[in-house]
Write a protein that binds this ligand. Structure first.
Ligand SMILES: Nc1ncnc2c1ncn2[C@@H]1O[C@H](COP(=O)(O)OP(=O)(O)OP(=O)(O)O)[C@@H](O)[C@H]1O
Ligand SMILES: [Mg+2]
Length: 205
């Protein structure tokens, strides 16, 4: 199939996704790959508008299912408008969070369970990552890394919520070992970057 390569980054808030994505993107570009970087929720004009609704701390009374459907709506737009076309052009697409975030945050964290996977079958429309890098960090350490920042509506959720999200990620890692590479994110930025580069290099050749 004449197709690019789709990599997603997952992990709790403050686990180092954005930091590691920047490093990997630079390395891949230096090696000559055409890399498209995007993020969730967002990445297209419509999806960024949905992002504002989802993350606005003023929307504290948002229903959990509304939240899950908004994430899926933003994702459907991103997949059809940006990810699929880029992959068809043979590009490497790196996405900061994707469908596993919905399963972990809305399925496990909010307790919506399997409904989240069902909704997202339509949103991703068969476009699943070739590789998902899961940065595993105790949620208490993640939240202390981002303590100085202003927190969005999801980051403001309770410690118990973030603990459930973390456990959800561990279940996903166990369920999809061929796709999800779990990495201990408690090391230094350089150590983690080396491990990611090694594993991405081995898979992409
Ligand atoms: N391995 C590391 N050790 C210590 N600090 C780190 C490490 N990786 C990233 N950081 C720092 O932790 C903070 C959070 O990192 P980063 O923004 O990359 O996480 P994130 O997973 O993208 O967070 P968010 O989910 O909020 O977007 C930043 O200040 C970053 O510099
Ligand atoms: Mg980030």
């Amino acid at each position: 199939m004449n197709r690019g390569y789709f990599i997603t980054f997952e992990g709790g808030d403050g686990s180092g996704k954005s930091t590691q994505i920047r490093i990997l993107m630079d390395r891949l570009r230096e090696s000559g790959y055409d890399v498209v970087l995007t993020r969730e929720p967002g990445g297209t004009e419509i999806s960024e508008k949905i992002r504002e609704i989802i993350l606005d701390p003023a929307n504290s009374d948002m229903d959990d299912m509304t939240e899950a459907l908004l994430y899926a709506a933003a994702r459907a737009q991103l997949v059809s408008q940006l990810i699929k076309p880029a992959l068809e052009e043979g590009k490497v697409v790196i996405c900061d969070r994707f469908v596993d975030s919905s399963i972990a945050y809305q399925g496990f964290g909010r307790g919506l369970g399997d409904a989240v996977g069902v909704i997202n079958t339509y949103a991703v429309d068969g476009c699943m990552p070739d590789l998902t890098i899961l940065l595993k960090l105790d949620p208490a350490r993640g939240s202390s890394r981002i303590a100085g920042r202003e927190h969005d509506r999801i980051e403001q959720a309770s410690d118990g919520f973030h603990r459930k999200v973390y456990e959800g990620y561990l279940e996903l890692e166990a369920k999809y070992p061929e796709r999800i590479l779990g990495i201990d994110a408690s090391g230094t930025i350089e150590e983690i970057a080396e491990e990611i580069a090694r594993r991405v290099g081995a898979i992409m050749k």
